[in-house]
Design a protein around this ligand. Structure first.
Ligand SMILES: Nc1ncnc2c1ncn2[C@@H]1O[C@H](COP(=O)(O)OP(=O)(O)OP(=O)(O)O)[C@@H](O)[C@H]1O
Ligand SMILES: [Mg+2]
Length: 251
């Protein structure tokens, strides 16, 4: 299970995010980027953040630490902005938090160099999770202390929106032509050789165990949160073996 903290103060909204993520202070004195359960994108976005973020971390990619943030909706009462107030009011309970990387800057492919090895690892990982949100328009990569950090894994694993068709959906190729690192000669073959063997049933069980039960409950077709955890693991396990042969749009 992820570390649990409780929000003590809402600091500000993060203006760039489509889902209106915010900054909160918590009872451990940490500052976290919070993604709300009450946001329009729904709790599946948060499940995807945890599954993919914790998988990335175990594969050696840099991802901010994740926590769950308990939120008392009364924190919203003092908010002057109606949109923020509504979001806080509808997000009582368990939300997602991530370590706030202070003074991180957005990755710009024209301003930073990335090695073919690192680009390969990121592109291969994004192919694995079917990430459609790492384009040059919206890189969702941060530079922090001179290194590349991965954020925002909410728009991944499209198959979790239609479980009966998941197997077919996960068998599809990955189009990397818009990927922000496509121009860095990503060495996906090397990345696959290094990372694919690490994506085991055991590792995926560990990763999916980090997802809070409350975000997995009541999914049609699944009796228990653990049954749904296994459904999350399966396509990733299968995809890891061959996805490098189905990455389109890069040389
Ligand atoms: N851990 C973090 N540390 C520092 N800044 C962050 C962090 N997470 C997010 N941000 C900043 O907040 C912005 C929005 O975050 P994120 O992309 O995760 O939200 P989102 O609502 O899913 O966004 P969108 O759908 O617009 O891509 C990021 O582009 C980045 O500038
Ligand atoms: Mg984003």
């Amino acid at each position: 299970m992820l570390k649990e903290v409780t929000a003590t103060r809402y600091i500000a909204p993060l203006r760039e995010g489509g889902s209106l993520p915010g900054l909160v202070e918590a009872d451990d004195r940490g500052t976290y980027v919070i993604k709300f359960t009450g946001a329009g994108q729904g709790r599946k976005t948060l499940v995807a953040e945890v599954v993919c973020g914790e998988l990335a971390r175990r594969l050696g990619l840099r991802v901010p630490g994740l926590v769950t943030v308990g939120l008392d909706p009364v924190l919203g009462l003092g908010e002057p902005e109606e949109q923020v107030q509504e979001l806080l009011k509808s997000s009582g309970g368990t939300n997602l938090g991530m370590d706030f990387l202070t003074r991180a800057i957005g990755f710009d492919p024209l301003a930073f160099e990335v090695s073919a090895e690192e680009a390969g690892r990121v592109v291969w990982f994004d192919a694995l999770i079917n990430n459609v949100d790492r384009s040059w328009r919206n890189p969702n990569l941060l530079m922090w202390h001179g290194e590349l950090w991965l954020i925002d894994h909410g728009a991944t694993m499209i198959w979790h929106h239609n479980w009966p068709g998941a197997h077919t959906s996960a068998a599809k190729p990955y189009d990397a032509s818009d990927h922000v690192l496509a121009s860095f000669a990503p060495d996906v073959a090397a990345a696959a050789a290094e990372l694919a063997p690490l994506v085991t049933e055991e590792l995926l069980a560990e990763v999916t165990a980090e997802v809070p039960d409350v975000w997995l409950a009541d999914e049609p077709g699944f009796e228990t949160p653990d049954a749904l955890r296994q459904a999350y693991a399966r396509p990733l396990l299968e995809r890891a073996v061959t996805i490098h042969k189905r990455i389109e749009g890069i040389k």
